[in-house]
Design a protein around this ligand. Structure first.
Ligand code: SF4
Ligand code: SF4
Ligand code: FES
Length: 538
């Protein structure tokens, strides 16, 4: 553990850190472009030059390991001069089209110029080498060649992480440019990450560009729910609308990356198919109902079935997109309020679902492992068994939480099974199963929900609500709490109360709190979870 001095501050850090990392731990930023903690060291931009005692020349912080007794100055006159000179050099041929550049607000050229540059340029605009603009690289990414500072972060990402190598640096000197190799397109499943790593406005997202200035957006930490990996993300949103998802660093899960499918999945949460109001089936079609009436109706259905046919006539199917808290509440509500015990988890993914050895998991549900820990899923045939019981008439009332049964089991099967059953449905969107419902309670989607999901490796991670659900919809746990209260249960006062009860009831979650989980997640209790064979955390 070397102890060193940086800008007069003494600090002890773990072995193997470079000057940029050590300075960061001391709360000091060493400006840098080409260095990225998830990629190899390139050392090409020279922006991170610092003065180190006993070394005659300035050193690049990214490629200098700290050692005991080292004295580093990041803000000496020599270091400041070098920072300004490097910036001036980088900007010689930059188009300075900042007012129309979509990177404004998160551009390291703009930011560093204000902090470390602020010189008067001797270069006239007309003397610049011009290069191509708005080059289509693939489905996700657009390149502006003349904004590129040739830091090689994008090429290293494609060489080292996806190993697809679509981009290279071509030509020489001030004509050097980033370009696709002949015959290549940038269309691998992780291509959007090159936009995140690009420190300037050279690589921009086709989807996000010109939609909003970043300073208008709020950022909420959460997780992607598109597959069982549960990559950590930030939700960028404004006034109830999501503009983009970006990966949030978690060394135990996704490092710095996410896949394009997950990145684009924000669109699925704001489609016209969202259910805005509670619905109750009238004589021939759905009628919009108040929450009070819809919940009363659902409770009446459950109590009547219990009275007429006994608790075994009531069952539930919970989809693996439900949070741990929601699944726990469905289970507790039916067991404690009406005595029902047929509560099945359902985790469905297409048979040909894609998986790779980077991040993408074939299980396209965020919480299959959570449902297993809650005892709702075991071999996988639980929902099938419940459906058979509905089909043979022994189950009369089915509560479905966040599961499209038609997609999973096919229309013919569901027609046969649900034709005579009474169905209470809680879901975010209209789907083919909605038409079988007698009462529909609209609930919040993942970006509108606080709670936790457990990823394929047994890591419990938090979802956070970026904004409330649309229309009259309510967050899932609130809808369940209303139904529970209508059935004579206690009021659940908060989501952390629900999680507290869950951790006391389900051994796999013992000892966990939202505080312990934080925004990096925490593993299920030791011994409660065995990863699938050969599986480790990504
Ligand atoms: S396009 Fe961006 S990430 Fe790639 S070399 Fe240029 S500045 Fe760096
Ligand atoms: S790998 Fe899975 S969890 Fe990660 S971003 Fe892609 S879909 Fe989302
Ligand atoms: S960040 Fe050190 S040389 Fe580029």
């Amino acid at each position: 553990m070397p102890t060193l001095e940086i800008d007069g501050q003494e600090i002890t850090v773990e072995n193997g850190l470079n000057v940029i990392q050590a300075a960061e731990q001391a709360g000091i930023e060493v400006p840098h472009y080409c260095y990225h903690p998830g990629l190899s060291i390139s050392g090409n931009c020279r922006m991170c030059l610092v003065e180190i005692e006993k070394m005659p020349k300035l050193q690049i912080g990214c490629n200098t390991r700290v050692s005991d007794g080292m004295v580093v100055k990041t803000n000496s006159e020599r270091a400041k001069q070098a920072q300004a000179a490097v910036l001036e050099f980088i900007l010689i041929n930059h188009p300075i089209d900042c007012p129309i550049c979509d990177q404004a607000g998160e551009c390291k050229l703009q930011d560093y110029y204000m902090l470390y540059g602020a010189y008067t340029s001797e270069m006239g605009l007309e003397a610049k080498v011009h290069k191509r603009k708005v080059i289509d690289l693939g489905p996700e990414v657009v390149l502006d060649e003349e904004r590129c500072i040739l830091c090689a972060r994008c090429t290293r990402f494609l060489d080292e992480v996806t190993k697809t190598g679509e981009l290279g640096i071509f030509e020489r000197g001030d004509h050097s440019r980033i370009s696709l190799f002949p015959g290549k397109k940038l269309d691998n499943p992780y291509s959007g990450n090159v936009v995140d790593v690009c420190p300037v406005g050279a690589l921009t997202s086709k989807d996000f560009r010109f939609k909003s200035r970043v300073w208008y957006l709020e950022k909420t930490p959460s997780m992607c729910t598109r597959c069982a990996t549960g990559c950590n993300i930030d939700i960028y949103h404004r006034q109830g609308e999501i503009y983009r998802f970006r990966p949030r660093q978690n060394p135990e899960v996704n490092e710095y990356w996410m896949c394009d499918e997950g990145r684009n999945s924000y669109k699925s949460f704001q489609q016209d198919s969202r259910i805005p109001n509670p619905l109750v089936r009238g004589a021939s079609s759905f009628e919009v109902a108040s929450w009070a009436d819809a919940v009363k109706k659902a409770a009446h259905i459950l109590l009547q079935a219990k009275e007429e046919h006994g608790p075994a006539a009531i069952a539930a199917i919970v989809g693996a997109k439900a949070t741990n808290e929601e699944a726990f509440l469905v289970s507790r509500l039916l067991k404690e309020r009406v005595g029902a015990t047929h509560i099945a988890g359902l985790s469905w993914s297409p048979a040909d679902a894609f998986q790779d050895d980077i991040l993408i998991h074939a299980d396209k549900n965020p919480n299959t492992q959570g449902l297993k820990s809650l005892g709702l899923l075991n071999g996988g045939g639980e929902a099938e068994a419940v459906l058979s019981a509905v089909e043979n008439g022994s189950v009369k009332v089915l509560l479905v939480f966040g599961a499209d049964l038609v997609t999973t089991f096919g229309r013919e099967r569901i027609d046969k099974a649900l034709g005579d059953a009474t169905v209470i449905l809680l879901d975010t969107d209209y789907n083919e199963t909605t038409e079988y419902a007698d009462v529909v309670l609209p609930i919040g989607a993942a970006p509108e929900t606080d709670g936790t999901c457990t990823n394929h490796a047994g890591r419990v991670q938090r979802l956070s609500a970026a904004f409330p659900p649309p229309g009259e919809a309510k967050v899932g746990w609130e809808a369940l709490a209303l139904l529970s209260t209508q059935l004579g249960g206690p009021d659940s006062v908060s989501i952390s109360d629900v999680f507290g009860e869950l951790t006391k009831t389900v051994p796999a979650f013992a000892g966990l709190t939202y505080g312990k989980i934080g925004f990096q997640g925490a593993l299920l209790a030791e011994g409660s979870f065995t990863p699938e064979s050969g599986e480790t955390e990504s």
